[in-house]
Design a protein around this ligand. Sequence first.
Ligand code: FES
Ligand code: FES
Length: 168
Amino acid sequence: MKIRFKLNNKDIEYDVEEYKRALDFLRDDMRMTSVKEGCGEGECGACTIILNGKNVNSCMILAVELDGQEVWTLEGLNEIGDTSIQESYIEKGAIQCGFCTPGFIMSTKVLLDNNPDPDDNEIKEALEGNLCRCTGYTKIIEAVKLASTKLAEKNTTVADKRGEKNAV
Ligand code: FES
Ligand code: FES
């Protein structure tokens, strides 16, 4: 079946098998290898993508369901230079084996897009669908807070620049 959708801000048209999972389609056909398969049952969040602004387990939906939708993967955030969250995970040592990390970053992105200054409980709630076997979560929470600070600083800088321009 032919599907048309937006992947990382690019228009895609592709003939896809009807019963292929979005996870396999994104990894194998689209070569988006940041999308990982952990459990394959909607439990671990390693396969998290952003679908129409929400974090979604791509192992639980079919590729045909992407038709007409907007999808982001970690590759897309890199392409547009949206790397504050990744940098924060690295700076805080919130990455060990790294298998879970793309999924965590996509869930963090959705959280901070909707709530730029979350408290600990809000972070835990937003990331509860993502499992990490290595880090023990404390550093991940610290990384999300650092990302929140970095993004706020960036926005202030942009706002300052706009202000300067308007003042000229
Ligand atoms: S692989 Fe999709 S939730 Fe675990
Ligand atoms: S860093 Fe290894 S599973 Fe999270």
